[in-house]
Design a protein around this ligand. Structure first.
Ligand SMILES: Cc1ncc(COP(=O)(O)O)c(C=O)c1O
Length: 391
């Protein structure tokens, strides 16, 4: 009766079942996976919601690309970072996930392929499957820092490949694309007629300055592509449901891409009027949230690093930005068995690397957005269970 896009009735995995049972029993879980900023104890500025109740929100004047006021607000956001983006090159969506849906519809026929990094954001499989598109992974490799395996990326391109997704910085590795990598990648994309989709939702969250990085591709005129972001991470407001797509590339590509995207957007007219009117205010107060998040992430990362003694068999992988840390642990058992034990015995929830498509065991992903008390209380059992000496 239903389509075969997804395995609709896939059984919940064991970890989910244990978690559900614990929650039903009222047991307090130390959740080190929390990445919802509205549950992270942040202080949101008073007056943040005022923009939602302007009288303009009572009239419905749908515009496929989004209301001019919202697109201008997004343009000012880029301007503050020194990027001149014409509001006419911006299309408003409800979220970055929504933006992917639009772009896969725009670029792919059923059965076409998009290249996505591995490890990376687990939702790609679903976003692609729902558009009948195939995900093909290209590896990121860790050698003291994360980098692209350009040869593997080249080999992953087939005649069905339509786009390369870059997550910059990547989730959960926190790694930024480097200028030298971008040069090679742009050549590949241009040579093979591929579009570059740059997911820049975490671009404002860098842990240190590094001139070898690409900080954003928004406004790049050389390579046909798109930059994606939204209020979800920029202003820590995922519940507002406002994202955007910036069309990059030369004039001819941009014009055609935006015209077609408007056709898709016109079919749904998904973004709400009040939040589009409020976008300027919500973007305007982003520094208040971003500075709290930066402090939180830095403090948890410092605590994590300091908690590993010099002889610990565990190590924290280098992280340049974003909201996550990766703890490399001895492979004494599978990551699945380890995270289940942590939850079952210690009521601590962490994510195993395989959620993010790490290709081997030995990696746990921790959210650095976690409230510090919870992070610190939860970390002790994690390190005791995971960082026992393998000798
Ligand atoms: C890399 C990445 N892209 C996109 C998203 C989704 O963002 P949105 O809430 O705007 O759909 C997330 C959410 O965590 C993410 O980590």
């Amino acid at each position: 009766m239903f389509s075969s896009r997804l395995e609709w009735n896939a059984p919940a995995n064991r970890l989910t079942r244990i978690l559900r049972a614990k929650r039903q029993a009222g047991i307090r879980i130390l959740d080190l996976t929390e990445s919802n900023p509205t549950r992270a104890g942040l202080v949101y500025p008073a007056g943040l919601l005022e923009g939602l109740s302007t009288p303009d929100s009572l009239s419905y004047e749908p515009q496929a690309a989004g209301l001019r006021a919202a697109r201008e607000a997004v343009s000012r956001y880029y301007q503050a970072a020194g990027r001149a983006i014409d509001p006419d090159h911006i299309l408003v969506t409800t979220s970055t996930s929504d933006s992917y849906g639009y772009l896969f519809k725009l670029l792919c026929d059923p059965g076409d392929e998009i290249l996505v990094p591995r490890p990376s954001y687990p939702l790609f499989e679903f976003l692609a499957a729902l558009e009948c598109v195939r995900v093909v992974h290209y590896p990121l490799i860790y050698h003291g820092g994360w980098g692209l395996d350009l040869d593997a990326l080249r080999q992953a391109v087939t005649r069905r490949t339509r786009a390369i997704v870059l997550v910059n910085p990547n989730n959960p590795t926190g790694s930024f694309l480097k200028v030298s990598e971008w040069e090679a990648l742009a050549r590949l994309a241009l040579g093979r007629g591929l579009v570059v989709i740059a997911d820049e939702v975490f671009a404002d969250y860098s842990h240190r300055v590094d001139s070898s990085r690409v900080t954003s591709l928004a406004g790049d005129v050389r390579t046909p592509g798109f930059s994606l972001s939204g209020l979800s991470k920029v202003s820590a407001l995922p519940q507002m449901k406002l994202g955007w797509i910036v069309a990059n590339g030369d004039e001819s590509f941009r014009r055609q891409a935006l015209e077609s995207l408007e056709l898709i957007a016109d079919t749904y007219l998904a973004a709400g009027t009040p939040v589009q009117h409020a976008a300027a205010g919500m973007l305007g107060t982003r520094d208040v949230l971003q500075s709290q998040i930066r402090q939180r992430v830095a403090a948890n990362l410092a605590y994590l690093t300091a908690s590993l003694g010099p002889d610990s068999p565990c190590r924290v992988l280098d992280v340049e930005g974003g909201w996550y840390a990766i703890l490399e642990v001895p492979r004494l058992r599978s990551d699945e068995a380890l995270v289940e034990e942590l939850l079952e015995r210690h009521n601590v929830l962490v994510q195993p690397g395989y959620f993010y498509d790490f290709d081997t065991d030995g990696y746990l992903v921790l959210s650095l957005l976690t409230v510090p008390d919870v992070f610190q209380s939860g970390l002790y059992p994690v390190l005791s269970a995971a960082c026992r000496d393998s000798a």
